[in-house]
Write a protein that binds this ligand. Structure first.
Ligand code: FES
Length: 89
């Protein structure tokens, strides 16, 4: 039986940008690509830190190494300079 979890993306004003459902255990970076988020310079191999995102609970996670095991809310903005989502197309 496949278990599904939701990843919701929220902008800096708290506006929900959308939600995707993914299989439990999916790498967060893969889910975020639905919102136009691209891996950092290392291409998702865990060495650049360019994919770090902020969760609604304040945690900063390296999305290419973070598995989604529960519903998550990801903030579109991040505290880290130079790292941001592209405009969703
Ligand atoms: S994409 Fe480079 S560390 Fe995740």
């Amino acid at each position: 039986m496949t278990l599904w979890v939701k990843v919701t993306c929220v902008d800096g004003a708290g506006q929900e940008l959308g939600t995707v459902e993914v299989e439990k255990g999916t790498v967060l970076l893969s889910a975020l690509q639905e919102f136009g988020f691209a891996p950092g310079p290392c291409g998702g191999y865990g060495s650049c830190g360019g994919c770090i995102v902020e969760l609604a609970d304040g945690r900063l996670v390296q999305s290419c190494f973070f598995c989604v095991n529960e519903d998550l809310v990801v903030l579109r903005r991040t505290r880290l300079p130079g790292i941001s989502f592209r405009a969703a197309g």
